[in-house]
Design a protein around this ligand. Structure first.
Ligand code: BES
Ligand code: ZN
Length: 690
């Protein structure tokens, strides 16, 4: 961002003279290293020493420090369904139950909290003061929860620890689902001239946002219905550490959320909510500044409506540049985010990052307007977003209690937490059933059971228009089993997040293994009718897995979801044809038609979800059909069709998968002056989803 240079020099001097200089403060951090990896714009990275970080900041150049989180957003980038979007309500209905709550927001609380919060010499994230201010904030949030009586209903606050010593803080009000709305502010402050020495009260940046969302939280907790968890979605309040270090705290949190597959519907950042002086001085009307660059446009539209509905001042549209606050971390992880500041950017506080960022310059009336907006967004009715960043299915109605109880017993349900016993059981059953499939498929490929045939002799005994080629089909299975081994690895690592994600699909995978084992046994013993039934049951199992867990990482999605699903689809056809002994002319003609279902099946998943893995998989299986049909050549059309289908599937899958590999040329510009025109690439950088 741009500073008025005279003001900066003046302030710097004032800072040095008047600040309580405390060079004795201990620097806590384990985070110190020689070089840091900073991202100055999407994909533009550089290794620099720490003092250069502060020099860049002083020069008004924003960056994300991605040293510890280079992978943030990577899973999203790989996600085959990444461009599904959350649907925000067209109009936030005026909500009567919110009116009495809005009245409960009190300036004096924000004032009192900010007084304490700015009394720390600095809240620099690597300093002991920063750790102390964080501990104070934690206890304040905790006290607020206990005072409201919400703790007994599961409202809670947790620290999110970082290597540099100052914790981030997360308060959660659970709702009926784990779809989450996040409101955030950053708790750290910085004096950009000498961060570990000079004072940094950080009253506006971002003490103001910190106490704004804290007051909104306090008031929300006054509602009995809210604390009892009656809202459809969950809401979290985040106080990030180390925003000033390059969005470090928020990146760590959203990186964890991304890995866990957390479903964040919306994130609203409140950073600098209290300064109005320059707006008034310019003779402009008091307003809030809605940031329009590098944010989610749909969520931003929704926030504008909330402001119109629930604040008594208007908004102005303004810009802030790349990665200017923690909403950028949420965006990078693929979650819709928005950012609102105290005014038009050009009238915002220029005393920030100095020892002059003090409370006495702030306007608590104005802060209250930000608190109203926060409270409105966090209120149950307004946080009922449909659709998802990851197109997770929404039921569209609130789950009644009885349903919830059923869900608790249902092993297929996606959970935020699995207890230790459940994980042990999952591990055991997964390994056991996977080994069973592995053993049975290898064993019966080479050896016939006592009163049956080997897998491939059985195939030979039933030459049909859907018989597959043994070699390429075995290759498919070996590849699949190998990839599944990778999945097993996830389930057995010590990385709790990974284990949780893996365990979420565990029941379906175990069911798939059991059903497949049964099918193999039935096939080699010539029980084709029952075998077909088993395959159909597994189709239901796998299809439901697919739609319940749309947002699984590729290393789970491919071996556990699409690989088995593609196989199962072709197996239903193949076994079905063998079962009815498709030899008559009518049956052959029917087969010539039915084979196209493979193409439609693949095109459906690729069209609806850009799911190219399933395209590749079906292409392999279709090619396998083509090879074998060519071999038996009972009816030439079948192998030609199979080949055409394989080629079409392969082409479509390549067309979908290749562009993201090479990436699109992303242009970005720094916000060098307030007039610069961002229109043409407003959303590309952080959303980058199309
Ligand atoms: N609160 C500021 C950003 C800001 C400044 C918002 C003025 C609105 C008006 C934030 O704490 C900050 O300083 N951000 C840095 C970038 C960050 C990634 C280090 C910035 O904008 O320079
Ligand atoms: Zn700042």
């Amino acid at each position: 961002m741009k500073f008025d240079s005279f003001a900066v020099v003046g302030l710097a001097m004032a800072a040095v003279v008047s600040a309580a200089v405390r060079p004795d403060q201990t620097v806590l951090s384990n985070y110190d290293q020689d070089l840091y990896l900073v991202e100055l714009g999407p994909g533009e990275t550089r290794w620099i020493p720490e003092d250069e970080k502060w020099a860049l900041r002083r020069a008004g150049i924003n960056f994300m420090d991605i040293t510890d989180t280079p992978e943030l957003g990577a899973l999203r980038a790989l996600d085959v369904r990444r461009d599904a979007t959350v649907q925000f309500p067209k109009k936030p209905a005026y909500n009567d139950s919110l009116v009495p709550l809005l009245k409960e927001l009190k300036q004096k609380n924000m004032h009192k909290n900010l007084e304490k919060f700015t009394s720390f010499h600095t809240r620099y994230y690597k300093s002991t003061y920063g750790a102390e201010s964080s501990a104070w904030l934690y206890s304040k949030v905790n006290q607020t929860i206990y005072d409201s009586g919400a703790a007994e209903y599961g409202v809670r606050v947790e620290t999110f620890e970082h290597s540099w010593g100052q914790n981030s803080i997360i308060a959660t009000i659970p709702g009926k689902s784990d779809k989450t709305v996040v409101v955030g502010a950053h708790q750290d402050s910085i004096n950009l001239f000498l961060p570990s020495i000079l004072s940094a009260p950080g009253a506006d940046d971002d003490g103001s946002g910190t106490v704004t969302i804290l007051e909104a939280l306090r008031v929300l907790l006054e509602s009995e219905s809210i604390i009892k968890g009656n809202a459809p979605n969950t809401v979290e309040f985040h106080w990030y550490s180390a925003e000033e270090g390059g969005l470090l705290g928020s990146q760590a949190i959203f990186s964890a959320y991304e890995k866990e597959g957390r479903d964040v519907k919306a994130m609203l950042q409140q950073d600098m909510t209290g300064y109005t002086h320059k707006t008034f001085e310019a003779g402009e009307p008091e307003s809030v500044g809605v940031i329009t660059d590098f944010v989610n446009p749909n969520l931003t539209e929704f926030i504008k409506k909330i402001i119109t509905q629930y604040c008594s001042i208007p908004y102005v549209l303004t810009k802030c540049g790349y990665a200017c606050s923690d909403h950028a971390s949420a965006s990078k992880a693929g979650y819709p985010s928005a950012f609102v500041i105290e005014s038009d950017f050009k009238y915002s506080d220029n005393k920030i990052h100095t020892s002059q960022d003090r409370m006495e310059f702030l306007d608590f009336d104005h802060m209250l307007q930000h608190a109203r907006m926060t409270l409105a967004l966090a209120s149950p009715k307004l946080r009922t977003f449909t659709g998802s960043a990851y197109s997770q299915r929404t039921l569209g109605f609130e789950t009644p209690e009885i349903m919830e109880r059923v869900q608790n017993l249902n092993p297929f349900v996606k959970r935020e937490q699995h207890d230790k016993r459940a994980i042990i059981i999952f591990r055991f059953l997964t390994l056991f059933t996977w080994l069973l499939v592995f053993a049975l498929s290898i064993l019966f490929s080479v050896k016939a059971p006592a009163n049956g045939k080997t897998i491939w002799d059985q195939n030979k005994a039933h030459p049909t228009p859907f018989s597959l080629n043994p070699e390429s089909t075995s290759f498919y299975w070996l590849l699949l089993l190998l990839l599944q081994f990778g999945y097993l690895y996830c389930l057995f690592t010590f990385d709790a997040e990974l284990v949780k994600v893996a365990a979420n699909v565990g029941s379906h995978f175990i069911a798939h293994n059991l059903l497949t084992s049964a099918f193999i046994l039935l096939w080699v013993h010539s029980h084709l009718w029952i075998g077909e039934l088993v395959l159909v049951i597994n189709s239901f199992n796998l299809t439901s897995l697919y739609f319940r867990h749309l947002r699984t990482q590729p290393f789970i999605h491919i071996p556990v979801v699409t690989g088995p699903l593609a196989w199962n689809f072709v197996a239903v056809l193949s076994n079905g044809a063998a079962m009815v002994g498709a030899h008559s002319l009518a049956a052959r003609i029917l087969a010539n038609v039915a084979i196209w279902s493979i193409l439609f099946y693949g095109f459906f998943f690729m069209g609806a979800f850009k799911d190219y893995p399933i395209g590749f998989e079906l292409a392999i299986l279709s090619a396998s059909l083509a090879v074998h049909q060519h071999g038996i050549r009972v009816f030439a059309l079948q192998w030609i069709f199979a080949l055409v289908i394989a080629i079409l599937l392969l082409t479509a899958a390549l067309a979908i998968s290749i562009p993201p590999i090479f990436g699109k040329e992303l242009i970005w510009r720094r916000l060098d002056d307030d007039e610069s025109d961002y229109e043409d690439h407003e959303r590309d950088a952080l959303l980058g989803d199309e």
